[in-house]
Design a protein around this ligand. Structure first.
Ligand SMILES: Cc1cc2nc3c(=O)[nH]c(=O)nc-3n(C[C@H](O)[C@H](O)[C@H](O)COP(=O)(O)OP(=O)(O)OC[C@H]3O[C@@H](n4cnc5c(N)ncnc54)[C@H](O)[C@@H]3O)c2cc1C
Length: 470
């Protein structure tokens, strides 16, 4: 039986483990923390359960696709529709709600910027048609000529240009443009460099709506974790892998700090979910080809800073964004779920992205001061009677807890990556080594990380089959 070791139990690693198991492998997953789930894990503070990082599923279709590939459905997650998907607070004090219903959104935009709603409607319809052309390419590796065969080339401009170029081509300006750019601002990105496909988000929202599982995004992890155990994947937590071992023919296994097998675990295939740079630069002792170095170059994405809040009252929407400053930056106030606290408090969060450079420049004390200032602001307090801060994560806290190299989650989503190519699932210079997770997909939502897990395991198992039959 093929022996697969998965290093790192984030969404990408868990899905890769499930898929490899489904394809008949003997699978062990090694996770450094005491629980699996990575950045998508929940955390308990003051008797309340919070989502640590992610708060919204914008791309249920691809998450459902990945789940299906490992024999799961999203039904048991009991999805809560988020409508409005989000609310945006404008600099002049007005706010607009972006709803799943396109006409309602057009009216909301027109109410604050008369005339812009019509342009938004045209834009959203064009985005829907571009999404229909591009969607099949997002869930499978494709031949370079496939876009010609399938007609995806028609949406070429959306795929090849930057987000701002796409918006300009479609004459989308002002509030309507910021409503689309918000997903780039909140990831600490630059719309001038962000990839054009981020302009497809309105198509997702107006076609599928936005959702989260009842109870929070960490329920996705609970479901995946139960499945790991059900299908017999061996899960060893509190087991940081120190190295991925190899000989001249390729990988031979891993050395984990506390693996029960005395630190060494042999494997035919190693799938790493610990971040492309960590796997290739720190865990494996082999020179890196120039092509991979090029793909790994580029601005890093910081997890930013987060304050976890116990909130009393009824917030105006689950997700409230504010965009301000030059260059523009976003802050989110997220309040998910029913009251859990003893006095009717519900969990809330302030999430503020930072560029990696800015995070380094601010240092821990600057980040803490920034977070305090953001929590003190008034824009997100509509309908809120009382707030207590029950926890926080600065950039270095995320880095320490999740072993993020340089305190960064992955590369910032950029057009450059789409043109150069993401890090591949198969590492050609090291037979037997495969990558899953956010470094291997141009999108970095948990839907894409799940897709990456399926694709990495499929590639690995197919290569193994071919090797065995040769
Ligand atoms: C604040 C914030 C908000 C976000 N919002 C959203 C959102 O709304 N929607 C969305 O879809 N996505 C969102 N994301 C992104 C999403 O959470 C991540 O892209 C995704 O969870 C990453 O999964 P992954 O599989 O790449 O790996 P990770 O989650 O990075 O998991 C890697 C795992 O490897 C483990 N590990 C590291 N080193 C070792 C080692 N040496 N040995 C063993 N194990 C190791 C780590 O402990 C970790 O568990 C957000 C992220 C953050 C931080």
């Amino acid at each position: 039986m093929t022996r697969v070791v998965v290093v790192g139990g984030g969404v990408g690693g868990i899905v890769a483990a499930l898929r490899a198991r489904q394809l008949g492998a003997d699978v062990t997953l090694l996770e450094a923390r005491s629980v699996v789930g990575g950045l998508a894990s929940g955390l308990e503070l003051d008797g309340m359960v919070f989502d640590g990082g992610p708060y919204i599923l914008l791309d249920r279709i691809r998450l459902a696709w990945a789940f299906e590939q490992v024999g799961l459905g999203l039904d048991s997650l009991d999805m809560v529709e988020m409508d409005p998907a989000y609310r945006m607070q404008l600099a002049n004090g007005q706010a607009i709600a972006i709803c799943s219903d396109l006409e309602e959104t057009v009216a909301a935009i027109d109410a604050v910027e008369p005339g812009t709603g019509e342009t938004y409607r045209t834009f959203a319809n064009r985005a829907a048609s571009a999404l229909a052309h591009l969607a099949p390419l997002l869930v499978r590796p494709h031949h370079p000529l496939e876009p010609l065969k399938t007609g995806a080339w028609r949406a070429g401009a959306w795929a090849a240009l930057s987000l701002d170029q796409v918006l300009r081509r479609n004459n989308l300006t002002g509030v309507a443009a910021d409503a689309v750019r918000i997903w780039t601002y909140i990831a600490g990105g630059d719309p001038g460099r962000a990839p054009g496909p981020l302009a497809l988000v309105p198509a997702l929202i107006h076609r599928d709506g936005a959702a989260r599982p009842a109870g929070g995004i960490h329920r996705v992890i609970a479901l995946l974790e139960a499945e790991l155990r059900r299908v017999g994947v061996v899960v060893e937590t509190s087991t940081p892998v120190a190295s991925i071992n190899h000989d001249s023919a390729g990988v031979t296994g891993v050395t984990g700090v506390t693996t029960e097998s005395g630190g060494q675990l042999d494997a035919d295939i190693v799938i790493s979910d610990v971040g492309g740079a960590t796997a290739l630069l720190d865990l494996i002792d082999a020179p890196l080809p120039r092509s991979l170095k090029l793909r790994m170059a580029g601005p890093l994405q910081s997890p930013g800073v987060t304050a976890y809040l116990a909130v009393r009252g009824t917030p105006s929407a689950e997700i409230n964004f504010q965009v301000d400053g030059t260059p523009k930056q976003a802050t989110a106030f997220i309040s998910g779920g029913d009251p859990q606290g003893s006095n009717g408090e519900r969990p809330g969060r302030i999430v503020a992205p930072l560029s990696h450079d800015r995070a380094v420049e601010l240092g821990e004390s600057g980040q803490a001061a920034l977070l305090e200032r953001l929590v003190d602001q008034a824009w997100w307090r509509d309908g809120i009677e009382d707030v207590q801060i029950v926890g926080r994560r600065l950039v270095s806290d995320w880095g320490r807890e999740f072993r993020l190299r340089d305190d960064a989650m992955n590369l910032v989503m950029a057009r450059r990556q789409l043109l150069l190519g993401r890090l591949p699932h198969r590492i050609a210079h090291m037979p037997g080594l495969y990558l899953a997770g956010s470094w291997t997909h141009p999108g970095q939502w948990i839907s894409f990380c799940s897709v990456s897990g399926v694709l990495a395991a499929d590639r690995a198992m197919k290569d193994c089959e071919m090797k065995d039959s040769a």
